[in-house]
Design a protein around this ligand. Sequence first.
Ligand code: NAI
Ligand code: MG
Length: 327
Amino acid sequence: MFKIAVIPGDGIGKEVMEATINVLDALNLDFEYTYGDAGDECLEKTGTALPKETLDLIKNSDACLFGAAGETAADVIVKIRQEMKMFANLRPVKSYPNTNSLFKDVDFMIVRENTEGMYIADEEKETEEGAIARRIITRKAEERIIRYAFEYAKANNRKKVTAVHKANVLKKTDGLFKEIFYEVAEEYPDIESEDFYVDATAMYLITNPQSFEVIVTTNLFGDILSDEGAGLVGSLGLIPSANIGEEGALFEPVHGSAPDIAGEKKANPTAMLLSAVMMLRHLNLTDEADKLDAAILKVLDEGKYLTGDLGGSSNTFEMAEAIKNNL
Ligand code: NAI
Ligand code: MG
């Protein structure tokens, strides 16, 4: 039996979570779900966006499924990642049929450092002149994420790892990141290593996305490039993610609470469902993961039950139901 923490959060987070749990139910998993509160609505109700009980729930679970937070995202999801030392954020970018993907054969993994870089709330402060943020790069955290990227490549038969940085301008911080990258790369002679500046990478992702296999990068750059990846393959509704650490693992779509479509059952449930696939793999439930993955692909491939972002006319629950029927 696995204990799964379920945190739907705000907006479409609630809708895609309901649809996903419904599909998971059909897999007859030995899961015990416990629901937790977090996000904007939780802040309004309880005075805090991330109650201690919710954090404890995640700590005491084998894995967590997370929908999306709204304006409180920094106090919720960024805080959970830091508190739980979930240092690796995996964001697969893959093209599927019938999805407005700019290219047919895109398939790469973004491995984003999740605990430092530009996203440290305590390091952003108001000053007399305006405001200032500090960017933190430690040898320990960067070495860990870079090694994680190479290990991921090795385990998943990927032939190349690309480091993305801005070491020409950020000489000390990204200079160190690049230096560590090539140190670690030496331990993996069978895997090709290369590095690009982040601005050039933003272009290559559009001009030559098929050349990427595994990208490893710091927190802010990984955040931005993963939404670019979403645009590349057609919708934010298609990109799942995993946050992996020593003390826990959390699985969530890359998208947010999407207030522009929330409550209208328009959200594509695929990113949340693919996040569940990543969770099943993490729990070594490989058969179940393969089954769900195949059912999602079948529905995208058939193109009959697609949400509006993919040009279809099905709602969140109709698309999820079609996936359930294909299990
Ligand atoms: P967003 O990801 O919520 O939405 C961006 C655009 O993509 C919108 O047009 C939305 O309708 C569309 N979209 C997103 N997910 C979709 C889906 N599953 N199906 C179809 N269309 C989809 O990002 P935005 O608008 O920048 O932020 C909205 C709120 O979400 C903000 O309050 C932000 O703080 C929060 N947010 C939370 C995150 C999290 O909890 N991890 C991540 C990103 C944003
Ligand atoms: Mg983001």
